[in-house]
Design a protein around this ligand. Structure first.
Ligand code: WT7
Length: 632
C-alpha cells in the first residue's frame, strides 16, 4: 500500500512508461485497490466530446477502499485526530474501526430516511469528524454529496441545493471559527424556504445554541444514530457513477457543479497523495484546508483514508487564539506533513517570529502549498522558519476540475525551486498554447496551460449542463483540456503557474468569478453597473476591486462601501466582499459594449503607465477620469 516513487530516476522512468502506454500505466495503478468486479475497459472517450471514462464496468465502493479494507490490518490506527476551534475544547481521535462503525451507522440512517443511489445530499457543516462521516456515508449508499463551504450565505446555499435538486440537507446548529459564531441552522432555514426538493434535514449538535425547528422535517443527528446498526453493506457502484458534486466559480454566470466519479477519482487522488507527500506508515499528516473546497475532499477526506494515513481535522483558524495556533498543533501531535495555502503563510509572516519559535517543529518532514502561486518571499519564510531548511516544499498545482494534484514536486524526490510547481505527475501531459492555438515547443517559453490527454481524476461533466462543461474546458483548444491558467516553462522544463488568464479571481485561495461578484453588487439599489477586477494584495494574493456606476453620488463613501459589503455578504458570503470600491461615471467599453478589463486591472494595480492602446474604446476620455478617481 505504501509503494512510492523513491528517487528522481524512478520518477523519470515512470514518466517514460506513462508516455509509452498511458492506459497500461493507470491500469497497473488501479489494480492495487479493492474492486468487487474488475473493469471492462481501462479508458474510452476524449476531450472533443467530453465523454471520458476510466475503468468503466468496474464495480467498487470507495468507502470499502477507505475503511473496510483496512480493518484487519490497521483497524486500531488513528484515522482522524480532531482539533477543535478552541484549544481547550474537547478533542478526540478516531480509529479506522470507529470511523467504519460511525459511517455504517450513518449510512443506515440515510437509507432509513429514503436516500438511495444517485440521490443528491447537501452537506453544510462545521469542520468536524461528522462532516467527514456524512460525506462517507453518502458515498457508501451511493448518494452524491454536495458539500457547501460553511462561509457561504443562505442565497448561495439555496442556489446550490436547487441546482442539483438535493433531497436532504445535513447541517449543524452552528459553528465557531476563531471568535466568530455562524448560525448554520438559521442560514439553512432561510435557504430552505426556496428549496422544495429538500424533505429532510439532519442537524448535528455543535454549539448548543437555541435554534428553530421544523417538525416533520428536522431531526437530530445524535437521536438518529442511537439505534442505527453499525453493520452496513456498501452499495455497489460503477467506476463511472457520480461520487460528488462540488460547486466552483467560473468566468461567467453562476457557479458550476463540477462532477467527479467513483473509480478514476479514487485511483488518481490516492496515487498523487502517496507520491507527492511521501507519507509513511507512522506519519501524522495535516492539511489545513476546509472540506468545502476540493483540497478538503481529495486530501483530507478520500486520499488519506484510502492510503490508511493518519490525518488531522482542524476546525479553527491560523490566528485564533493567536498567530501560533498552527505551530502549537504541529508540536502537540508531532505533525510530519503540513499542507496549507500561501495566503495563510503570508498572513502569519506579518506576526512576530516568536509565535513560531515558541514551538518545537522538529517533527516536520514535508511542507505543502496549494491554491495559488506562492511568491518567493513566502516560500523562503516557509522553508526557513517552518521547515528549518530541512523539509522539502511541495508546491502543488491543480484545480477543482482536475480532482487531484497535476504538477508538483514529489517530496524529497524532485529538486525544487521557489515559486515553481516544477514537473507533472507521471501520466499527466501539460502543454503550453500560443494565441493561435498552437502548441509551444521547447523550454524558456510561456503560454496558456492545457492538458493533452485525459487522466482518471478529471471532472466528467458540469451537473445538468454538459454543454457548459464542453464550452468551458474543451472548446478553447480542440482536443485539449484548457485550465484557465497562464504558465511559464523555464530553461529546465520546470513549470511556474502565473495565474488565471480568464475572469476568475483567486482571493486568499478562494475562487470567485468576477461576473458572480458583479451580479451580487448590482443588487444594490443605487448601483447601475459594476466591473470587478483583481489587483495584487500582500496577504490575499489578489484583492477585489470594484468599479461602480451609481444612480446618485453616494453622500458618504464609507457608509456606501459598508452597504455594498452587506449586499455581497447576503448574495455570496463575506469572502467575496470588495477590498476597494471606486465610484466612476462610466466604464471603458469597446464599440461592441465589452468592458475592457485590462485597463481596469492596470488602474487597480496602479500601473497607470501601462494602460496600453485605448483607441479602440467607444469613449477613450473615460480613462483619465478613472485614473484620477479615488478608491475607498
Ligand atoms: C486554481 C484552481 C487546487 C486546489 C485549491 C484551488 C490556482 C492552485 C496552485 C499552485 C499556482 C495555483 C490556479 C488554478 N492554483 N494551485 N500551486 N500554484 N496556482 O482549487 O478553487 O479549483 O482553483 O487555483 O489558478 O486554476 P480551485
Amino acid at each position: 500500500m505504501w509503494l512510492q516513487i523513491q528517487n528522481f530516476q524512478e520518477y523519470l522512468d515512470d514518466v517514460q512508461q506513462s508516455r509509452a502506454d498511458v492506459l497500461k500505466f493507470w491500469e497497473h495503478e488501479a489494480g492495487t485497490y479493492y474492486w468487487r468486479k474488475p473493469w471492462d475497459k481501462v479508458h474510452s472517450g476524449g476531450f472533443e466530446k467530453g465523454d471520458v471514462t476510466w475503468f468503466e464496468g468496474g464495480k467498487l465502493n470507495i468507502t470499502e477502499n477507505a475503511l473496510d479494507r483496512h480493518l484487519n490490518s490497521i483497524g486500531n490506527k488513528t484515522a482522524f485526530i480532531f482539533e477543535p476551534n478552541h484549544p481547550d475544547s474537547f478533542r478526540r481521535t478516531i480509529t479506522y474501526r470507529q470511523l467504519h462503525e460511525d459511517v455504517c451507522r450513518f449510512a443506515n440512517v440515510l437509507q432509513d430516511k429514503g436516500i438511495e443511489k444517485g440521490d443528491r445530499v447537501c452537506i453544510y457543516m462545521a469542520m468536524t469528524p461528522e462532516l467527514m462521516i456524512a460525506a462517507l456515508a453518502c458515498a457508501r449508499v451511493g448518494a452524491v454529496h454536495s458539500i457547501v463551504f460553511a462561509g457561504f450565505s443562505a442565497q448561495s446555499l439555496a442556489e446550490r441545493i436547487q441546482d442539483c435538486d438535493a433531497k436532504m440537507l445535513i447541517t449543524n446548529d452552528g459553528l465557531r471559527r476563531g471568535d466568530k459564531h455562524v448560525p448554520l441552522k438559521d442560514i439553512s432555514d432561510e435557504a430552505l424556504e426556496n428549496c422544495p426538493s429538500v424533505h429532510s434535514v439532519i442537524v448535528c449538535q455543535r454549539t448548543n445554541r437555541e435554534i428553530s425547528w421544523v417538525e416533520g422535517r428536522d431531526e437530530w443527528w445524535h437521536m438518529l444514530i442511537r439505534n442505527a446498526s453499525k453493520e452496513h453493506k456498501a452499495v455497489e457502484m460503477d467506476a463511472e457513477d457520480p461520487l460528488f458534486i462540488l460547486y466552483t466559480s467560473g468566468s461567467t454566470g453562476k457557479p458550476k457543479g463540477v462532477l467527479h466519479t467513483c473509480g478514476g477519482y479514487m485511483v488518481y487522488t490516492s496515487y498523487t497523495f502517496r507520491n507527492v507527500f511521501q507519507v509513511r506508515e507512522d506519519d501524522v499528516y495535516w492539511c489545513t484546508a476546509d472540506a468545502g473546497w476540493i483540497t478538503g475532499h481529495s486530501y483530507i477526506l478520500y486520499a488519506p483514508l484510502v492510503n490508511g494515513a493518519t490525518g488531522i481535522i482542524f476546525e479553527g483558524t491560523p490566528t485564533y487564539p493567536d498567530a501560533g495556533r498552527f505551530w502549537e498543533v504541529v508540536e502537540k501531535y508531532r505533525v510530519t506533513h503540513f499542507y496549507t495555502a500561501p495566503t495563510a503563510i503570508r498572513a502569519l509572516m506579518t506576526f512576530d517570529l516568536d509565535f513560531v519559535k515558541k514551538y518545537d517543529l522538529s517533527s516536520l518532514k514535508v511542507l505543502g502549498s496549494v491554491g495559488e502561486p506562492i511568491n518567493e518571499e513566502a516560500w523562503n519564510w516557509y522553508n526557513t522558519h517552518i521547515g528549518g531548511g530541512r523539509c522539502p516544499i511541495v508546491d502543488t498545482w491543480w484545480q477543482t476540475e482536475t480532482g487531484g494534484i497535476m504538477i508538483s514536486p514529489l517530496a524529497g524526490v524532485t529538486p525544487t525551486k521557489p515559486g515553481f510547481a516544477t514537473l507533472p505527475l507521471p501520466g499527466i501531459f501539460p502543454v503550453l498554447m500560443d494565441e493561435n492555438g498552437d502548441e509551444i515547443q521547447g523550454n524558456g517559453v510561456s503560454g496558456n496551460l492545457c492538458i493533452s490527454h485525459p487522466w482518471p481524476g478529471m471532472a466528467r461533466t458540469v451537473w445538468g449542463d454538459h454543454e457548459r462543461y464542453l464550452q468551458t474546458y474543451m472548446s478553447a483548444y480542440k482536443g485539449y483540456y484548457f485550465t484557465g491558467d497562464g504558465c511559464r516553462r523555464d530553461q529546465d522544463g520546470y513549470y511556474r503557474i502565473t495565474g488565471r488568464v480568464d475572469d476568475v479571481l483567486n482571493v486568499s485561495g478562494h475562487r470567485l468569478g468576477t461576473a458572480e461578484i458583479e451580479n451580487a453588487i448590482n443588487e444594490h439599489p443605487n448601483i447601475v453597473e459594476s466591473a470587478v477586477v483583481g489587483y495584487p494584495h500582500d496577504i490575499k494574493g489578489q484583492g477585489i476591486y470594484a468599479y461602480l456606476i451609481c444612480e446618485h453620488a453616494p453622500a458618504d463613501l464609507k457608509a456606501f462601501k459598508a452597504e455594498v459589503h452587506q449586499v455581497v455578504n447576503k448574495m455570496i458570503g463575506p469572502i467575496a466582499k470588495p477590498d476597494l470600491i471606486q465610484v466612476v461615471p462610466g466604464l471603458p467599453k469597446t464599440r461592441s459594449g465589452k468592458i475592457m478589463r485590462r485597463i481596469l486591472r492596470k488602474v487597480a494595480a496602479k500601473e497607470h503607465d501601462q494602460l496600453g492602446d485605448v483607441s479602440t474604446l467607444l469613449d477613450p476620455s473615460i480613462v483619465p477620469v478613472i485614473v484620477e478617481g479615488e478608491a475607498c
